[in-house]
Design a protein around this ligand. Structure first.
Ligand code: PLP
Length: 392
């Protein structure tokens, strides 16, 4: 059975070019970049080059790049590090649809006595910048974290405007740009973005490496304490193969993104149009005007997204739902709930997320396989037009 991998917002395949450049660092180039000797120094030079490439990808300066172990670390280091540096209890502002890697550190700060606000979104997942302005009134040195693009719906937030509002109010602005990497242009000089997080495995580098951009002059208390690596800002011997890999992934994304966005949009739009045409009672979730080219989140009313995902998995098709499986009960996704999606659709949301390695043939295969699965599950469902909802 063939595998059709439409779950690229969860993780991506390592690009062959990325794998090739990493391999020597698992072999002869095993030196420690912090060593005094030339053997380590040779590796340090590769690290410098990788930092330049990562910086170029987002139009930053090399000394503004900190390599981390993942975006969860980058998010925690940014938010908790800025709060700790402030010495006081600045207000924390985020959105209700952030990834847990942002929401949980914000809530931890709330537990530690900070005022914390999670801005809501409208039915299309859009942010109201007036609310942000309101929440910033009268604050001093607030910390704001808003995601560039949502991992579940692909909705893109107006990050430049949000960053501008924060700068005016004297707030520190962080953005989790994990899902934006390689799918939309990131330029930290075009807007007053103070900190930005990226994750290698979301754009064709391996798992276990991330980036935190910190604008010159923005102060953080380091999250990881120990050695002097990363200019005293992130202790721990560098994951050299991972860093070489993420730098190559940055280069590939920088060079290929414009063409890829066109291809991804064509595939995603064909998938969306096909599913909407072939399956009754569906709802496309997210902001269709401002959405990542690779993401389609669609609710199939009256059935469970998990049931759909399991059935598709049996057919070799990999997709996701946003539900959290906790103690046997399926909690619907906090993102879909925050958008106020109607009850009949909230449980039936499925995310299809594509990459440069997908093809139109795969889209057509999925379009052939999904409608019968939906029809079969709808027949079994106690919910739906004319049904009693399981109650007699
Ligand atoms: N932020 C967003 C928006 C994500 O989608 C993810 C991963 O799903 C993360 C953060 C966490 O990334 P990592 O797996 O690198 O910790």
């Amino acid at each position: 059975m063939k595998t059709v991998y439409f779950d690229n917002n969860a993780t991506t395949a390592i690009a062959p070019e990325v794998r090739d450049v990493m391999l020597p660092f698992f072999g002869e180039l095993y030196g420690n970049p912090s060593s005094m000797h030339a053997f380590g120094g040779r590796v340090a030079k590769f690290l410098d080059r990788a930092r330049e490439e990562a910086a170029q990808f987002i139009n930053a300066e090399p000394d503004e790049i900190i390599f981390t172990s993942c975006a969860t670390e980058s998010d925690n280091a940014a938010i908790r590090g800025a709060a700790e540096f402030s010495g006081g209890k600045p207000k924390i502002i985020t959105s209700a649809v952030e990834h847990p890697a942002v929401l949980q550190p914000c809530r931890r700060l709330k537990a530690l006595g900070h005022e914390e606000v999670e801005l809501g979104v409208d039915e299309n997942g859009r942010l109201d910048l007036e609310r942000l302005r309101e929440e910033l009134k009268g604050t001093k040195g607030a910390i704001v974290s808003l995601m560039w693009a949502n991992n579940e719906t692909g909705t893109i937030f107006p990050i430049s405007e949000a960053a501008g509002i924060c700068r005016e109010a004297g707030a520190v602005f962080h953005t989790d740009a994990v899902q934006a990497a390689g799918k939309t242009k990131i330029d930290v000089k075009a807007a007053p973005i103070d900190m930005l997080s990226l994750s290698g495995h979301k754009f064709h580098a391996p798992k276990g490496v991330g980036i935190l951009y910190v604008r010159r002059g923005v102060k953080l208390k380091p999250f990881m304490l120990g050695g002097h690596q990363e200019n005293h800002r992130r202790a721990g011997t560098e994951n050299v193969p991972g860093i070489i890999a993420i730098a190559k992934a940055c280069e590939l994304a920088r060079l290929g993104m414009d063409t890829e966005i066109v291809q991804l949009t064509a595939m995603r739009d064909r998938l969306e149009a096909g599913l909407v045409a072939k399956c009754p009672d569906v709802r496309v979730n997210g902001d269709r005007e401002n959405r990542l080219a690779n993401t389609l989140n669609i609710s199939f009313e009256y059935i469970e997204g998990e049931a759909i995902a399991y059935h598709l998995s049996d057919l070799g098709i990999c997709v996701s739902t946003g539900s959290a499986c906790a103690s046997g009960s399926l909690e619907p996704s906090h993102v879909i709930r925050a958008m106020g999606v109607p009850f009949t659709a909230v449980h039936g949301s499925v995310r299809f997320s594509l990459s440069r390695y997908n093809t139109m043939e795969e889209v057509d295969y999925v379009l052939e396989k999904v409608p019968p699965v939906i029809a079969q599950l709808r027949e079994m469902s106690p919910f739906g037009p004319g049904k009693t909802g399981g109650m007699l």
